[in-house]
Design a protein around this ligand. Structure first.
Ligand SMILES: Cc1ncc(COP(=O)(O)O)c(C=O)c1O
Length: 390
């Protein structure tokens, strides 16, 4: 576990490093890739060893027998999150964007509304719109520099056409670990408006010391009949390229609805994802995550301090995730101008806030899952690019 090691990812078909120039005009020769949500670290050795065993065997046929995979999920959820998962409740998908799209197919019809608390992970809106459903944006309120929900306003917005609400828990891009009371309020909202509640918990292992994630299923014992939980190893262990994820539905009637669409779409497992995820959910994987979060904690402090030294710029306090949500509104600059400075002067590729929906316009999202030397470099470049504000 040497998170300080600089591993050159250029020329490896890395979306983050090899697409930064075509998309942002930031050259990978001199630029820093701080956008796509994957990490510049190797996964724990147990994951690479599992893949190596496949390579040594050398036959890459169809996957069968998911008992060990489901047992590994059961062990992880129980030991890390205090949550009992019935193996029969688990469906394996090609990642969680795919899982979200399948849920939209299963639980809504064209023209129905899907509620998002924005700003939020941009792919939700993309797949909702692509499926001909309507995105219903419920804007998060910013209080004391962090996001909170405002259910009085959301209740007034509902028209009866909404069928699903998607919660990102912990929250990307705001970095919130929602409290039990906040989660209870989301569950109550879903019940009040008769919505299926999809809780995307992909970031649930990436929680900083002192914070505790609560699985939505543990919040409210009456929510199961409308609850879908999404989980994956891919974000936690940096194996997003295998596109493996889980849809977990305990309620038999809701599960049957999903199972019908799942079958209709011809879903079946990718063996690389199954084998690597099984290896990840292990005591060695747990130890690695703990070390990772200690390291990322140092990165977030370094970035936060560096950002705080630039007048008018501030980062939201990260409770979870390695995605720092940086607010430029205090600079008085238009988004084009602060983005130009970050991309063209600091030469850092970041996600544009507007792509996360209403409320994101004055923000940029910085991925801090990279060796600390790069965070120092980013801070130096940002301070230089905004030096005239000092
Ligand atoms: C909340 C959330 N869901 C899903 C994903 C992507 O999931 P996948 O790569 O499994 O499709 C991300 C990636 O950043 C995410 O932040």
């Amino acid at each position: 576990m040497n998170f300080d090691e600089i591993i050159d990812r250029r020329g490896t078909h890395s979306s983050k490093w090899d697409m930064m120039e075509p998309i942002y005009g930031v050259s990978p020769e001199e630029g820093l890739a701080m956008w796509v949500a994957d990490m510049d670290f190797r996964p724990p050795a147990c994951v690479s060893q599992a893949l190596q065993s496949m390579v040594d065997h050398g036959i890459y046929g169809y996957f069968g027998d998911d008992a060990a995979y489901k047992a590994a999920i059961g062990w992880w959820m129980k030991s890390r999150h205090g949550w009992e998962v019935d193996p029969a409740a688990i469906f394996t998908t090609h990642g969680l964007v795919n899982a979200t799209a399948l849920c939209i197919e299963a639980f809504t019809a064209p023209g129905d509304g899907v509620v998002l608390f924005t700003p939020v992970y941009h792919a939700f809106a993309r797949v909702i719109r692509a499926a001909g459903r309507e995105v219903v944006e419920c804007p998060l309120a910013k209080r004391d520099g962090r996001y909170e929900m405002d259910f009085a306003a959301y209740d007034a917005q509902m028209t009866g056409r909404e069928k699903v609400v998607i919660l990102c828990s912990p929250h990307n891009p705001g970095g919130r670990v929602w409290t039990r009371d906040e989660l209870q309020a989301v569950a109550d909202f879903a019940r009040r408006h008769d919505l299926v509640l999809i809780s995307d918990e992909i970031h649930h292992d990436l929680v900083y010391p002192g914070q505790r994630h609560t699985v939505m299923d543990l919040v409210d014992d009456r929510i199961r009949d409308r609850l879908v939980i999404l989980s994956a190893t891919t974000k936690s262990f940096n194996i997003a390229g295998v596109h493996n994820g889980n849809v977990i539905i305990h309620d038999p009637a809701l599960r049957a609805k999903f199972a019908a669409r799942f079958a209709a779409m011809g879903m079946s497992a990718n063996s690389f994802g199954m084998i690597m995820a099984t290896a990840a959910y292990s005591p060695e994987g747990a130890e690695w995550i703990d070390a990772l979060m200690g390291y990322l904690d140092g990165n977030r402090k370094l970035l936060d301090e560096g950002i705080a030294a630039i007048p008018g710029v501030s980062s939201m306090p990260l409770e979870a995730t390695y995605l720092s949500w940086v607010d430029f509104s205090g600079t008085g600059m238009a988004a084009d101008e602060f983005t130009r400075r970050v991309e063209k002067e600091a030469k850092i590729a970041v996600n544009h806030g507007a792509s996360f929906g209403t409320g994101g316009e004055n923000f940029l999202r910085f991925n801090i899952a990279t060796p600390r030397a790069r965070i120092s470099e980013a801070v130096e470049r940002l301070q230089k690019a905004f030096a005239d504000l000092q």
